[in-house]
Design a protein around this ligand. Structure first.
Ligand code: I24
Ligand code: DGL
Length: 273
């Protein structure tokens, strides 16, 4: 098989990476996608670095065996601690969600004071700080872990009830800090975009990584001449380590695909979840 026709692999701790897939389906209309979501072991945010590395490597290895031409790590927590290791281990290009988000933020920020919202794992890793200071040495980062945000989305509460008090409480520690740009450094946070924007000081620009990442995927595909030029795009395949039905209904709702091809995959050692 011609390498250009090979699929692009996308991995995430669960269904959150579908925010990146949605952008990919829209902007990379000739590319085939194979996705793995580790729903059975989601969330990664509160897990140890070792666990996140191990689980992420398992997903990447499974996709490597399926013959992908590129890997997109759609999960911020996995990107934060595993990107370097993945780049060492695999021959194909590996893109994360952190560098694109960091680059976009340094581009739009004029005060060079940038807030980063993420899971406990992402914030602890300081991966955004490292990525931003590599681009702009004098940038100042205002980091904030928002452990309540993923449960707010996954419980569906963000649609049903007024979550403004929770969002306000979460953002309280940085309410009086100075910054002109905020990075939504987690797959789930774009779903809370309006509520987050409402609680941040007026004039703060919000950057979501998903959109920026897909711009990066396009650039790397073209630079490496890896675009699928055959005009033959296959339907995406979604593998989940969790329940098929739950995954399917989120894929239908979020991606607007009528009959998504959702399959089960087993990763890791049996009984170790
Ligand atoms: N959103 C996410 N994860 C969930 C959820 C959600 N449940 C409702 N919504 N659950 O992530 C995680 C647990 N598993 C259980 C088994 O099935 C799969 C999920 C964010 C997804 C972003 C694309 C809310 C919800 C929805 C539909 C679309 C989007 C969304 F129901 F946020
Ligand atoms: N996908 C994760 C991220 O972007 C959020 C969910 C989790 O904690 O696993 O950081």
């Amino acid at each position: 098989m011609n390498r250009n026709n090979a699929p692009i692999g996308v991995i995430d701790s669960g269904v959150g990476g579908l925010t990146v897939v949605k952008e990919m389906l829209q902007y990379l209309s000739t590319e085939t996608i194979i996705y793995i979501g580790d729903d059975a072991r989601c969330p990664y945010g509160p897990r140890s670095v070792e666990e996140v590395k191990e689980f992420t490597m398992e997903m990447a290895s499974a996709l490597a065996k399926m013959g992908i031409k590129m890997l997109v790590v759609a999960c911020n927590t996995a990107t934060a601690v595993t990107l370097d290791l993945l780049r060492e281990q695999f021959p194909f290009p590996v893109l994360g969600v952190i560098e694109p988000g960091a680059r976009a933020a340094t581009r739009v920020s004029s005060t060079r004071k940038i807030a980063v919202l993420g899971t406990v794992g992402t914030i602890k890793s300081q991966a955004y700080e490292n990525a931003i200071s590599a681009i702009s040495a004098d940038a100042e980062i205002v980091p904030l872990a928002c452990p309540e945000f993923v449960p707010l989305v996954e419980s569906g509460q963000y649609k049903q009830m007024d979550i403004r008090p929770v969002v306000k409480r979460s953002l309280d520690p940085i309410a009086h800090m100075e910054f002109d740009t905020a990075i939504l450094g987690c797959t789930h946070y774009p779903l809370l975009y309006n509520q987050i924007q409402e609680q941040l000081p007026a004039g703060v620009t919000i950057v979501s990584s998903a959109y920026e990442t897909v711009r990066d995927v396009e650039k790397v595909l073209s630079k490496l001449r890896l675009e699928n030029i055959s005009g033959e795009r296959k339907d995406p395949i979604f593998y989940t380590t969790g329940e098929l039905e739950g995954f399917r209904s989120i894929a239908i709702d979020w991606l607007g695909i009528e009959r998504p091809d959702v399959r089960h995959i087993v990763l890791g050692k049996p009984g170790c979840q």
